[in-house]
Every structure is written in C-alpha cells, then in structure tokens.
Design a protein around this ligand. Structure first.
Ligand SMILES: [Fe+2]
Ligand SMILES: [Fe+2]
Length: 196
C-alpha cells in the first residue's frame, strides 16, 4: 500500500526532466546495475528513493541555497512514515537520496552506489540530451538553447568519471559517444553552434 500512497503523493509533481518518467528510468537502471554487478540490494528502499530523490527541486519544497538531494532526504524522512513505509528502512532511503547527485560521493552501500550511477547515466546519452533540451527556458541551468548545448557538452566531459560501478562506466562511454555525435552534427549544421 505504501507504494500506491507514495505514487499518489508524487504524481502531481510533473516535470519534463525530473518527473515520473525519470523516476522510472532511474529505478529500472538501478536494478539493472545491481543485477549486472551482482550486488544484493533492498528493492523497497530503491523504489522509495526513486520516487522522492528529486522532490527537493520542486516548489513548495525547494530551499534556496540547499542542495536538492539533502532537501529531498528531509522530505523523505517526514513522508515515509506518513505513507506507511517500513520505518527500519527509512535511514537507508535517506542515505541513497543524500548521495544521488552527480557531484556526490555516495556513502558506502550497494543501494546508494547503483542509484547514484543510475541518476548520472540519466544525464548522459540521447536521454540526457532530451532532458536538458526539455527544460530550456524553465530552469536556471538552461535559460536558452546555447546554454543547454554548453551544459550537454560539459556533462559529456565531466560526468563519466563520476560513475563508480564498472557496468555504469561502460554504459557511460556509450552514452558519451551519443553526445559527441550529437554535438558534432549540431556544430556542422549551425556554423559551429553560432546559428542556434
Ligand atoms: Fe537529483
Ligand atoms: Fe534524479
């Protein structure tokens, strides 16, 4: 029952880049990474973390100056007991959420490692490109198209070294190639990105 309650709570927070589709992709990627790496994980904790890990990015939860992951962990603490999530696993969910951002070093723990890598992978490849382009004009990160393209280029260079598992490193390499191809083609078709 807690899953339905949590899903119902999160459902209104629609977002092209951090919404429910992102939640599902990150969850599925986390489980796939755990399987490939032969890491035992608590699936319930991963489900709860997937639903809640970006809630701190949304109004009315967002707090200026606070990392959204840390804010999301605070929200999770309050919400999980309300929806009837097994309280003995709440600490694990918070640990996963606190370490999910690409610039974080996830705390030790299989769940935090695979979740962190899954969230980083969702910033890469064609899915990453689609997400960054979907928030042009909607987020401080991407006020216009050229800034979104610069972000895509920067992430293609900086994010792969952030992933920790070998399986995610291989997947990241494939996705970086997709981004490099995109950027090369875009550059060719826009006079070196001048005509965007
Ligand atoms: Fe996040
Ligand atoms: Fe995320």
């Amino acid at each position: 029952m807690w899953k339905q309650r949590l899903a119902a709570y999160v459902y209104p927070f629609q977002h092209p880049a951090w919404g429910l589709a992102h939640v599902r992709r990150v969850l599925e990627m986390s489980l796939w990474l755990a399987e490939e790496e032969k890491l035992p994980v608590d699936q319930e904790a991963l489900v709860a973390a997937a639903y809640l890990h970006d809630m701190g990015s949304f109004k009315p939860f967002r707090v200026k100056g606070q990392h959204h992951g840390h804010r999301s962990a605070e929200i999770a603490e309050q919400l999980l007991t309300k929806v009837g999530f097994p309280c003995e696993k709440a600490g694990l969910v918070k640990q996963i959420i606190n370490g999910h951002m690409y610039y974080s070093d996830p705390e030790q723990g299989n769940e935090a490692r695979v979740f962190h890598d899954a969230d980083v992978l969702d910033c890469l490849g064609v899915i990453g490109i689609a997400r960054w382009l979907s928030i042009v004009g909607l987020d401080d990160l991407t006020p216009d198209l050229p800034s979104a393209i610069r972000l895509i280029e920067r992430f293609s260079q900086e994010l792969p070294e952030r992933v920790q598992t070998e399986t995610a490193q291989k997947k990241a390499a494939t996705r970086v190639k997709e981004m490099e191809d995109f950027l090369a083609n875009l550059s060719e078709e826009s006079e070196n990105l001048q005509l965007l």
